[in-house]
Design a protein around this ligand. Structure first.
Ligand SMILES: [Zn+2]
Length: 475
């Protein structure tokens, strides 16, 4: 009896010592990450089998599936229905500190996908086929892979009993590939209290592999602002047999040609400058020379021109960009129309005003028969996330551990993401697709035979876990 009691006391004190070590000591509790990574591949396969092509999206079944996984782990999850058959799922790991939304970290991803051209695929796009180390399926990278990586991290934190000093919020949203009305807009406008956070990790970054090595970790910290503008040429209509110089088609064509040749001034922001500074470390010496020359005021313009020639993406990161995308004129072959229209898809640098660019284009086109109509903005301009803040630095540190050979570079994305809406609400949001992939795999987003290398998937979970654990664990 006494012996037994002594044993029990010893056991209790050992258990207390373990708890003390895990909560107060230096060493964080270690989850069985390998086990979670293995299970996560199964969850991703399940999610790929649930069709969520948008339109119509119909994300509800996928949201319920994720809620089921979370509940099984003892993590309370809430499915919010945004429309019939549509919805999102939210869950939260609570911190042991006083609740403070401004400190919370939101992990988000979207569960809807773009459509498929089934006959162009070599496997069933909704079959979750595994072949030669790849898991195939629409959404494998964009963005179901990310959603499951977020899920795996939350599950790993919960299982390890990591004591948090800020809440970790999991959000799988929908309708990202269309208008956002039944996804991010719905959550932000109707349920902000459930996701209110000071920090967020979303899709939109990349971990680039080249020649078998991880070259860089790209972290999206800002994005350009899309604005559509109509160029309208007007003039007298008439008979095609008696051409006139005031034909609106001619005036529109001339205006579009001038706009096409226009290149605005280069204005590299702090994020873009850091991007090139970091990229110069791994680029070939000739390109790197021009990236460094951006920093010398008297050479900036010339360097920017060289870099713009080398890459349409770099061009767009350096200046406001204008792409004519649609032309409309005429009703019959023998009728000169009274109006001709072109659509310009403009991407403004954050901080720039469309009114200033329009004044410049008006001067450039210099034609009484031409007017510009600016369409209402799709998005408000959002401030950039800090590249000297605590979450950004945590990402840098985690990258140094998991991908020691890689550089971390922040970037301004030329396309729009849901992160802008978060940044408008003072959230430090970062785009981070954590899976190390070569161009060959990365370019399959939205393309035929989308697939994720399973090894990259595992590594991505490890990377993301390190970022989140270090950022949220009570020290
Ligand atoms: Zn996406």
């Amino acid at each position: 009896m006494r012996f037994r009691l002594g044993c029990l006391v010893l056991q209790i004190s050992l258990a207390l010592a373990t708890i003390a070590a895990s909560t107060l000591g230096q060493e964080p509790p270690k989850p069985d990450l390998a086990k979670v990574q293995g299970e996560a591949a199964g969850w991703l396969a399940d999610l790929l089998r649930i069709q969520t092509v948008n339109p119509p999206g119909n994300e509800l079944a996928a949201a319920r599936y994720l809620a089921g996984v979370l509940e099984k782990e003892g993590i309370q999850a809430e499915v919010l229905e945004s429309a019939p058959e549509r919805g999102v799922v939210v869950a939260r790991l609570r911190s042991s500190a006083v609740p403070d939304p401004s400190r919370a970290l939101l992990l988000l991803g979207h569960i809807d996908t773009v459509g498929v051209q089934k006959e162009k695929w070599s496997v069933d796009p909704f079959g979750a086929v595994i072949k030669e180390g790849y898991l195939y399926g629409r959404g494998a990278i964009d963005d179901k892979g990310m959603v499951i990586a977020n899920l795996a991290v939350v599950v790993a934190l919960k299982r390890a009993g990591v004591r948090l000093d800020r809440d970790v919020i999991f959000l799988a949203e929908g309708d990202e590939e269309e208008r956002g009305e039944f996804g991010m807009d719905f959550v932000i406008n109707k349920h902000w209290d459930k996701i209110a956070a000071g920090f967020a990790i979303n899709e939109g970054g990349r971990v680039k592999v080249k020649d078998g090595k991880v070259q860089y970790v790209g972290v999206q910290a800002s994005e350009k602002i899309p604005v559509n503008v109509q160029v309208v040429a007007s003039g007298p209509s008439g008979h095609g047999s008696q051409p006139r110089k005031d034909n609106p088609v001619l005036h529109l064509a001339a205006a579009v040609a001038k706009i096409g040749a226009y290149q605005g001034p280069a204005r590299p922001s702090a994020i873009v400058r850091r991007y090139f500074e970091q990229l110069a470390k791994i680029e070939d010496p000739d390109t790197a020379k021009w990236m460094r020359a951006l920093e010398q005021p008297e050479r900036t313009e010339h360097a920017a021109r060289v870099l713009s020639e080398a890459s349409p993406m770099w061009n767009s990161m350096l200046r406001n960009s204008i792409a004519p995308t649609m032309l409309r004129a005429g009703i019959r072959p023998n009728v000169v129309p009274s109006e001709a229209r072109a659509t310009l898809n403009i991407r403004l640098l954050p901080g720039d005003l469309i009114s200033e660019l329009m004044a410049e284009l008006t001067k450039l086109v210099d034609d009484q028969q031409i007017r510009f109509e600016v369409e209402p903005a799709l998005r408000q301009p959002a401030p950039p996330s800090s590249i000297d803040g605590e979450l950004y630095h945590t990402i840098e540190r985690a990258s140094a551990t998991v991908f020691p050979e890689a550089v971390v570079l922040p970037f301004l994305s030329t396309g729009a993401t849901d992160s802008a809406q978060l940044r408008l609400r003072n959230v430090q949001a970062y785009g981070l697709l954590p899976f190390p992939m070569a161009d060959e795999d990365d370019r399959r987003m939205h393309a035929d035979d989308e697939r994720i290398p399973l090894e990259a998937f595992r590594k991505g979970i490890e990377f993301l876990y390190r970022v989140v654990e270090e950022f949220t664990r009570a020290k």
